[in-house]
Design a protein around this ligand. Sequence first.
Ligand SMILES: [Zn+2]
Length: 241
Amino acid sequence: MTKIAAGSSELNALWGEPTSPTSLFDKNRHNHYDLTTFFRWDLAQGTVTDWNGAVNFFASEDLITGLMDGLTEEVGDAAPVVLYQIGRQWGALDGQAFDRWFTEEFQRPVRQTNLLFLLETWWWPFTAQGWGRWEIDLSLQKQGFLLLNIFDSAIARTLGVVGKPVCHLYAGLFAGFLSHLVSQVLECAEIQCYSMGATYCRFVVGKAAAIQPVHTWVSQGLGVREIEKRLAGGQALCPTT
Ligand SMILES: [Zn+2]
């Protein structure tokens, strides 16, 4: 419980009080996420570069299925962990890139900016690239957790309903990026997935010790409401409950 309280105050200190992100948006200047503005097409070179200078390629659902099948064939049951670690490294690297382009575009330091505004700005390129829309839920912020919803996850949508969470790449991406943002080791667990029959995917991010039991609760079949009730009650630090 003490750890959660400490985490909460640290997160609040670092992340600031939530305010409406929309008030900070200069839509005329920064709204550049439609298909023809965000991507720069060079047909002669055969390349697609995005607004922030990263080279993109377009992948079909067959490619995603093939990658998942190939990885499972190579590493078996470890595939989710491998995907999570790939996502985590991606998130950490993307955090460095985000620091650069955010500072350049908004002329202000990343860590002196409202948390919601930061997160919304970070995810916009992912939405434009087809990774899905998201929604941030701060209802457990006091307990030191950030909740994230992803609508139309590219991976879950491709794999369909398979009865278990499949968005390990997303979970790693959130853990990697947010760890970079707050300079702490954070972990992420998917507590509800489209591939479990839900209408959208839901993730919880927090300190490693607090997230560890969440994986067990998910594998035990606990529903999202029960998991969040436990997180809200501070039971995340008591893995035996
Ligand atoms: Zn999912």
